[in-house]
Write a protein that binds this ligand. Structure first.
Ligand code: BG6
Length: 364
């Protein structure tokens, strides 16, 4: 028992509204409608020189990097992508001086990520860190960064820090956007969205009982699909990862757009699909994919917004509040934390110490 919580993971999920408020405090600059990121150690003017952004990290830190890249493309219109640090370091990557590399890590000690940082710097690249642990090896190695200020995270499966990483990317995307074509009004829109985020996260956590009853239905699944498209896809990857890590159920994430190119063959009632359906320009296409699943007797659990009519394709849905389209994916990840938690609890798993996993992998 940790205070009122049975596990660290549960405690850390519940800490998010408060920890996010702490992370945001002092970083929202209303005067210039941008993010105040002194730790980056890069002048606003200099930020204009970057023509590309590449996020690197391992596991969940890599998946959130993919979401971060889409925020950067949306808000700053700079080509951005993410790569697993464990792959990056071994493939003799081409390092360009006008690329901003972003190393993402909770512990700041992950060997693959640290090695990638060293390799980038050796070849003349600039790396900033999105790191939680102050003074950690990656934080010290980077040229600058944004500390996540999530507080200690004990549970092996990352929850609150992941959300903080996503917010870190939103701040970075805002800062990069505001020295380019993102207008003052658009900057304000993102600032207001960020300000609303902690209360909206609290609203989702308050739905825990509802999420727990959806979770109970999933414990009998043979295997699960998690699907999403564009911004929803990294959310699906993270959702599948979380479920695998702590429940040991097999789960696989797919782009909703790729379903018909293979995975539809596996759809049967015992293989439910958790579908991430943001209210964005792709919503109709996403609902189309759900029809494809239900036509083959697949069961759909939708993570979406109450404004969206899923045309009866879902057996269950969990609605999250709407924020701004660039930030909604962060809200859509919160129910997936609780879903994984409650599936794993119902199956009697060791939530904080899943088998074969370590919180931080400091060896190769
Ligand atoms: C993995 C952990 O081994 O390392 C994941 O099990 C984590 O939960 C990943 O996302 C990266 O760790 P860090 O500390 O670099 O964010």
């Amino acid at each position: 028992q940790i205070g009122e919580h049975d596990t660290f993971m549960h405690k850390e999920i519940h800490e998010q509204p408060e920890s996010l408020r702490r992370m945001l405090s002092g970083r929202l600059d209303d005067r210039f409608a941008t993010a105040r990121l002194d730790g980056l150690q890069i002048e606003a003017r200099e930020l204009r020189k970057f023509k590309r952004v590449k996020a690197i990290g391992c596991g969940s830190a890599y998946y959130i990097g993919q979401l971060g890249a889409s925020m950067i493309e949306d808000l700053a219109r700079i080509p951005a992508d993410a790569e697993a640090a464990s792959e990056f370091r071994y493939r003799n990557p081409i390092i360009e001086p006008d690329t901003l590399y972003v190393a993402v890590s909770q512990s700041g000690e992950t060997a693959d990520t640290l090695f990638a940082v060293n390799e980038i710097q050796r070849k003349g690249g600039t790396v900033v860190g999105l790191v939680n642990v102050v003074g950690s090896s990656i934080a010290r190695a980077c040229d600058g960064g944004i500390y996540l200020h999530a507080g200690p995270e004990v549970s092996v499966a990352s929850t609150k820090v992941l959300t903080h990483m996503g917010v870190g990317f939103a701040l970075l995307a805002l800062a990069l956007g505001r020295v380019r074509d993102l207008s003052f009004t658009e900057g304000k829109r993102i600032l207001d969205g960020l300000r609303n985020l902690p209360d909206q996260v609290a609203e989702i956590i308050a739905k825990e009982d509802e999420i727990a009853s959806v979770a109970k239905e999933l414990t009998h699944a043979q295997s699960l699909f998690f699907i999403g498209r564009v911004r929803g896809y990294p959310v699906a990857r993270e959702g599948a990862q979380k479920l695998k890590e702590i429940s040991y159920l097999h789960a696989e994430a797919y782009q909703a757009s790729e379903l018909k190119h293979g995975p539809l063959a596996l759809i049967i009632p015992a293989m439910p699909t958790v579908a991430i359906i943001p209210d964005d320009e792709l919503v109709d296409r996403n609902i189309g994919a759900l029809h494809e699943i239900t036509a083959r007797k697949g069961k759909v659990v939708a993570i979406t917004h109450s404004e969206i009519d899923l045309e009866g394709t879902e057996v269950a849905r969990i609605d999250v509040p709407r924020n701004e389209v660039e930030l909604d994916p962060l809200l859509l990840t919160i129910p997936l934390q609780l879903l994984a938690y409650h599936v794993a609890t119902a199956l009697g798993r060791d939530i904080d110490r899943p088998r074969n996993l370590a919180k931080s992998v400091t060896v190769e």
